[in-house]
Write a protein that binds this ligand. Structure first.
Ligand SMILES: [Zn+2]
Ligand SMILES: [Zn+2]
Length: 768
């Protein structure tokens, strides 16, 4: 046997995920001596033993790594052998950290086995967790990640938990949030007045839910409002109290099988639902959903669903199943379905603390299932949509944030303040970009304060002092004002990045693309570099530079912002543009139609915008699919689903002949297409033709620019690409013409990905 000694460095997500005990167990098995420790770069190992066993170690460090680890590199160098008799876990080396805090993860199978095993000391323990699962980001106050810095600090380990925590062979070795019924937090059920309800909190909560009550339930990143999804009265009450008329609600089922009667579940959908991140997944509804889940997602062909994330959720389903011993019930169909919607009254940030819940949810919740483990950081549910291939983020938050995106090269540290709507912030460190969880729409003081809080938290957790601050071009947005104030306080340079430039840059950053590229940005609105409202833009990017090659024909927005909420106004605008102003008053039953006709005639309060979002609104208005939106992007969803219904039955229709024109200045005019929609007899077919024509028009627009610019790569971004007919149709058509498409994958194409683009432009501007 040949004796060798090696020093091995492992980088990636290797701290706080059980990596050291994993190395320790491997070393025992392979009979290697030496040690393992954490340091600022990751994990360092010294190992010596038989050469073949050493090779096995190096290979298995990658192949057998713990579930939550991500191994980016394993580098080994030869060393002199030492006199060592055993393999040990050494204390961490202190120093400036280059590691990060992990995301929150759903309860793992091992913990579930214990949770439902009556003799186990953690039987029905609502806070069961181990190194492979449980809260991370939402319970951590600061780095380094150890118990004293988490919201478990007030719960000292009992002797039994302490033994597990100290034992390298145990699944709970250095599991910072571990606890048990003796030493851990406790559940508490409170009534609407905040008075404790006696008895078993889980059993009593279930009884309340089954009787139609609305219960605020504390989850990982804040409170949900829950009710029985089969109880139409409870769902209607929740909507009325939350003042949420039609916006879809998400449903939690015990497992995928229990959701199958109500939604189409393929392998991809199932994998997304069952993934440890536990996002809300948008599923295609089955007909049965309409009757059984009345009012959950009214008028929509999609249903948002998720599976239990925390032990507390699992315990509610376990209770409903009759508290069986063992985990067999987890694989069986369960009747209980719960509406689970973020407790964020009035569009403000999600409710986090118990006292706060009783204040802000008064009049909404009938009871509160609370506990004494603090949510340190708010984190909303993530939302994804399966595509033909893979999936798309609608919101990237709990379970994913703050996992880093890898950039193609290391640069200065940037702090980017993101967009006005669906705000997130981005912090870069070296070649990593960290996106914050969902902050929200910066149209209220509470969300603005949450942005400030998120910035401080991200910088502290990552131990980053930014070199430059990036923000949107819009001077009045709170994100811009906050960015400028921050930069002034810290004496830092700033860079303003145009909204659609940032959309395309975000996609380029994700794909590590820094060469010249065509950009197609399609969204609601963003301030253009000419001071006008943009939203349907053909761009050319190269490094930090951006040139506008073309745009959609601008349409008037009668009433300004109102036109973005009332699609009939956009439809009226189209009729005016077509020279049919006289028809507007009679055509639209909406109040004020005559006034809008006059406004358009005289161009009063009719700012013009090149927005693609407003084209979708106009189309929905002309097809009478939507006149007044009850929630953001409702019109666009309704026209997409009308088209989906048609295409599922009949395939894609032909594009409308002469439905568009492209001017020599690169302006794409979709007016003929819009004209063809007015009062179309078959709405689903017309909606499908609208999509087919849009795809053809955009494809020609891009192809012409590709030829003129001698570029074969297109990056796209903007909220309109959440429309999967548009994105899949356009991708197919462009690829057929030899154009390579870069699309957002790990981030939403919408404004929540914008901060990454701002950061990417800032990095490249300094690199130049
Ligand atoms: Zn676990
Ligand atoms: Zn304990």
């Amino acid at each position: 046997m040949t004796l060798v000694a090696r020093r091995i460095r492992v980088t990636g997500i290797v701290q706080g995920v059980g990596f050291r005990p994993f190395v320790w167990r491997l070393a025992q098995e392979l009979e290697l001596a030496g040690w393992v420790r954490n340091d600022a770069q990751g994990v360092e190992i010294f190992a010596q033993g038989d050469a073949a066993q050493m090779d096995a170690l190096l290979q298995r460090l990658r192949s057998d790594a713990p579930a939550l680890a991500r191994v980016d590199a394993v580098q080994a160098q030869d060393e002199q052998s030492e006199t060592l008799s055993a393999f040990t876990i050494r204390d961490s080396v202190k120093g400036r950290s280059s590691t990060a805090i992990g995301p929150d993860v759903a309860t793992c199978p091992d913990c579930l086995t214990e949770l439902f095993d009556p003799p186990n000391r953690r039987w029905r323990h609502a806070f069961i967790t181990c190194t492979h699962c449980g809260p991370r980001y939402t319970v951590t106050r600061a780095l380094p990640y150890d118990r004293a810095q988490t919201s478990l600090a007030p719960f000292p380990l009992c002797p039994k938990c302490e033994r597990e925590y100290r034992a390298p062979a145990d699944r709970r070795f250095h599991a910072e949030t571990t606890c048990c019924p003796v030493c851990g937090p406790q559940l508490e059920l409170l009534d609407a007045q905040g008075l404790p309800i006696r008895g078993d909190a889980i059993a009593a909560t279930l009884t309340l839910l089954q009787s139609g009550a609305i219960v605020a339930i504390k989850g990982l990143g804040g409170f949900h409002l829950a009710c029985d999804a089969r109880h139409a009265g409870a769902v209607a009450r929740l909507r009325a109290r939350k003042n949420r008329e039609e916006k879809p609600l998400a449903v939690m089922g015990a497992n995928a099988i229990s959701l199958a009667p109500f939604a189409q579940l393929g392998n991809c959908e199932r994998a997304l639902l069952e993934g440890r991140e536990r996002p809300v997944v948008l599923l295609r509804k089955q007909p049965e959903a309409e009757a059984v889940l009345a009012g959950v997602a009214p008028g929509l062909i999609w249903l948002g669903a998720l599976l239990p994330t925390t032990p507390m959720h699992f315990l509610l389903f376990h209770q409903a199943a009759g508290q069986p011993a063992g985990t067999a019930w987890l694989a069986e169909l369960q009747q209980l379905l719960l509406v689970m919607t973020s407790a964020n009254p009035g569009g403000e940030p999600i409710v986090r603390g118990g006292m706060e819940a009783r204040e802000r949810l008064a009049g909404i919740a009938d009871a509160y299932l609370d506990h004494d483990r603090d949510v340190v950081a708010r984190c909303d549910d993530s939302v994804l949509r399966p595509l033909d291939q893979g999936y798309q983020f609608i919101r990237r938050s709990r379970g994913y944030a703050p996992t880093a995106q890898r950039l193609p090269f290391a640069g200065p540290s940037v702090l980017a303040f993101g967009a006005h709507l669906k705000n997130t912030v981005c912090v870069t460190r070296g070649d990593e970009a960290f996106m914050s969880p969902h902050v929200g729409d910066l149209d209220n003081a509470a969300t603005c304060a949450f942005l400030d809080e998120t910035v401080e938290r991200m910088l502290n957790l990552l131990e980053v002092r930014p070199d430059i601050v990036a923000h949107d071009l819009h001077p009045d947005d709170y994100s811009t004002r906050a960015a400028l104030a921050f930069a002034a306080r810290h004496d830092l340079p700033t860079i303003a990045v145009q909204h659609h430039h940032a959309h395309i840059a975000a996609t380029c950053a994700e794909h590590g693309h820094s060469g010249p590229v065509l950009g197609l940005a399609l969204d609601g609105v963003g301030l253009g570099s000419d001071g006008k409202a943009w939203g349907g833009e053909l761009l050319r990017l190269y490094g930090p530079l951006c040139k506008r090659l073309g745009h959609l024909r601008p349409l008037a927005l009668p009433g300004g912002d109102k036109a973005a909420r009332e699609p009939w106004r956009m439809a009226a605008s189209v009729l005016h543009e077509l020279g049919r102003n006289a028809e507007i008053g009679a055509r639209f039953q909406a109040r004020g139609a005559d006034t809008v006709a006059t406004m358009l005639e005289r161009q009063l309060n009719c700012p013009r915008s090149t927005s693609m979002g407003r084209v979708f609104d106009a189309a929905a208005g002309l097809l009478d699919l939507s006149s007044h939106m009850k929630f953001e992007a409702q019109a666009a969803m309704l026209i997409e689903q009308a088209a989906t219904r048609h295409i599922e039955l009949h395939g894609w229709p032909q594009a409308v002949e002469n439905g568009w024109s492209i001017s020599s200045e690169g302006q794409l005019d979709l007016l003929p297409l819009l004209a063809s929609l007015d009062r179309a007899p078959n709405v689903d077919q017309a909606a499908a033709r609208f999509h087919a024509t849009l795809v053809a028009a955009l494809c020609e627009w891009v192809t012409q620019a590709a030829q003129a610019q001698d570029l074969r790569t297109l990056a796209w971004g903007g909220g309109c690409f959440l429309n999967s007919l548009l994105s899949s149709g356009l991708r197919q058509n462009l690829e057929r013409r030899g154009i390579r498409v870069l699309a957002p994958q790990r981030l939403s194409p919408g404004d929540s990905g914008l901060a990454l683009g701002q950061a990417w432009v800032a990095i490249q501007s300094l690199e130049q």
